[in-house]
Write a protein that binds this ligand. Structure first.
Ligand code: URA
Length: 189
């Protein structure tokens, strides 16, 4: 049921024409991963490589994310990866508020279908779109509203490799939360 709902939603996203970003895109990038998914990672917007293939985080930032997930003991195939907006903004500019507002219901629908226990908001755009808060440096590493964990965007870590240790530690925390929630469920029967 989850998978069918997700496929239907992703078809809708691929055909979306609600904002002008659809005119310049090659492919919309709904996201990828299992359904349901215990851990969800949310970035900002697809870049050039993602737009060409329709897949999330497959460019340089994606390679860095893969490495960080590995170091954190998480398998990429077991987490759901998406971005706040699903189409590439021209020249990789920051998404506009109107684009985020138009696209947010798709992210919300993904959350409703996937029921993630932990949602990692990677970067200010994701933190702002979902929590209405900015300031990754001060918000990172904290659990907010029981299931949100703010961390750096992988592109920020590419620009400043000194952030890698904290980025990996945040992803480890997501893994720990997942295991903790599992053992809680087990204890409650
Ligand atoms: N950055 C994002 O936020 N999302 C992608 O899919 C790729 C790069």
């Amino acid at each position: 049921m989850n998978q069918a709902d997700l496929s239907r939603l992703h078809q809708q996203i691929r055909a979306c024409q609600l904002c002008p970003l659809c005119e310049g895109r090659n492919f919309a990038v709904p996201g990828s991963g299992p359904a349901p998914a215990e851990i969800m990672l949310v970035g900002e917007a697809p870049g050039r490589e993602e737009d060409l293939k329709g897949l999330p985080f497959i460019g340089r930032a994606g390679k860095l994310l893969d490495g960080a997930l590995g170091q954190a003991g998480l398998e990429r195939s077991k987490v759901f990866i998406t971005s706040v907006i699903k189409c590439r903004p021209p020249q990789n500019r920051k998404p506009k508020k109107a684009e985020i507002d138009q696209c947010r219901p798709y992210l919300q629908a993904q959350i409703d279908i996937l029921h993630p226990k932990i949602i990692c908001l990677m970067g200010n755009t994701a933190a702002m779109a979902i929590l209405g808060k900015q300031g990754v440096t001060s918000l990172r590493g904290q659990i907010l509203q029981d299931r949100f964990l703010v961390t750096y965007h992988p592109a920020a870590v590419l620009r400043n490799r000194n952030l890698m240790e904290e980025f990996v530690s945040d992803l480890k925390k997501a893994g720990l939360m997942q295991r903790h929630l599992h053992s809680e469920l087990f204890r409650k029967g």
